[in-house]
Design a protein around this ligand. Sequence first.
Ligand code: NI
Ligand code: MN
Length: 227
Amino acid sequence: MVNITFLGHSAVSLEADGKTLLVDPFLSGNPQAAVQASELNPDAIYLTHGHDDHVGDGVNIAQRTGCLVVACFELATYCQKHGCEAHPMHIGGKRDFGWFTLKLTPALHGSAKMSDPPIYMGNPTGGIITLGGKTIYHPGDTGLMMDMELIGRLHNIDLAFLPIGDNFTMGIDDAVEAVKMIKPAQVVPIHFNTFDVIEADPDEFADKVGDLAEVTVLVPGESMELA
Ligand code: NI
Ligand code: MN
């Protein structure tokens, strides 16, 4: 069983067997953040890509707690250079961390940290995560891509988080196409309504998914059990 908490934007907390994996903890500066970064004590953090609305407070949380950061090689190296314990991976690779496994998948997106000059953070990624006996897909930021069909063929996805906010990622209609390819049992929409430019109606998404999957719309701070 996995206890899932949506923290706002693409940030989610996945808890199983007393351990917590945090994904993309963008909380400071996130108008929808459900918690403060200082309240979180994860056992590991997975960062999907280098954009500030995904790395977020990840480096600070890892510095404070000493928890492991897992990310694409270039982003993981950046975290190491900033005092974090980090494990580098790359697309196609899977690793067993004992209480969870992570396989990195492609994402159609960018990944640079937009300082001046921008810092190259490698490829954007998505992750196939197994923990608590469940398989969860967090695609990071991505457009619709045919690779999702392969992901659906190779993995029995119990729950997929899918961006629906359009502009920077898939919008609602493309996310419905993603559901057809990934074939998850359950879907939770993410990456919408944080900012005006990614306004989207999650109920419209749920209607369009229909019987293809069970859609749960979580408001920031809300939890669900994946049993
Ligand atoms: Ni991004
Ligand atoms: Mn983003």
